[in-house]
Design a protein around this ligand. Sequence first.
Ligand SMILES: [Zn+2]
Length: 483
Amino acid sequence: MRYLLPTCLILLFMSCEQEETPEPVRTIPELVQPHVDRFILEAERRGVSLDISKLSFEFELGLTIPNQGLAIASCTRTEDLHLVKIDTSNVFWVHGGPMGQEEVVFHELGHCLLQRPHKEDRLATDDFRSIMRAQGALSYGSFNTFLQSSMVHRRDYYLDELFNENTPAPCWAVQDPAPPFPQQIFDEDFLNAGPHYEMILDGTGSFWLSGQNDMYRFQNGQFEEVPFEYEVNELASDHAGNLWIAARWENKGLLGLWNDGEFEALYEDTEIGGPIFNIYRMTVDHQGMLWFSSVNGEIFRQTEAGDFEQIPDQSDVPVSKMLSSSDGTLYMLKGFEILIFKESLTPQTLSTSNSGLPIGYFRDFAVDNQGVLWLTVAGLKETYLVRIYQDQTVEVLELADLNMPETFINAIWSDSEGNIWLATSNGIKKWEEEYFSGYCTFNTGNPILSPTDIVVDSQGIVWSMGKDAVDSRRKIIRTDTGI
Ligand SMILES: [Zn+2]
């Protein structure tokens, strides 16, 4: 990837000839059109205006730059033509993933449209300061698709730098990076000992972790084990501040409230292996009624009389998530279906076959303050993020346009203000109205790159959990954003 500097001579020569030369043929082939479109979008987002009227592309096998040798791509600027040449047979282009190819095109557009020369400065980590370096490894793309996911979190910095050379060094490339907000990292042995812990906020805003055999509560700046004599199935908090606990003891299922440090069992199964024993997910609706689903996919709802009735439903797939929104609507993820209960015990059902939802595993969802449901779907090769509006219109978002190319979404959270937060393979992200926040907005350069879960309390404390990429230990980060 080298920049062919047009000399003054060439410029003069071209301008002399210009009057007799017909307008050059300019083309933007389909292969590079998406990269050009994205370059324009990223420029606009940063308030940089571009003149693309003279831009053209050519593909040239065995592209050679005089006195320099073989190159993947080059840019030549003359008065009426800004020509990018790419050798699409070059092994690096052929094996470059979407980000590798984008970086090559963006480098050349940096020359051709932004008139940027090469820049060889390095960051403290020895990474290049700019994608405008002349040679060497790619900076956020990769020519190895397996490496790509570990590089792409750098992209938002490199694009900032491309459009503004004075961009300060990013959080991932400074010594001892300062956290963007007050931050605590918890490396607890219990997180690494056994089962997966679920993160829960109770109605008073306290943060809990529930494993299968134990529970922890965050108090006085640390995690304290909650004395509990049963196995925990599931926790759920209601709007009044109560915490419901579904538990097991010997062959019995128990369901009750946590009151002043004591568990008060209000329901228990009348037979071995009853529905309470099998509680898998649980939530409390806006009227304070408890709903739960069993490992067998049955759904039950508390009645006015205080007992439970089963919701007629055909599928035996377990409900993986239940959520009660502030407008009284209840949402459930059940395999390949989303069930929406609106003032009725008969749900509306959305699926890939009836609503244009992408094919894949419906992983997580949240509802924002407009009542829009945000759903993430893990497809075979990529993550989808979908918005489902109140009228059930489905919009599949283009993640690469939203500062999230090549990013896997693990969990979604909607905070008490209705802000949408994501736990992604590139750290914590917040929806900023038109796109998602940059990597360094909520993350430092270390230690967790890929949180699997996220919870945000009403004080703006962001709790995220994930494995440290360096020591592979599961950790929890508490970030006090105040948002
Ligand atoms: Zn160059």
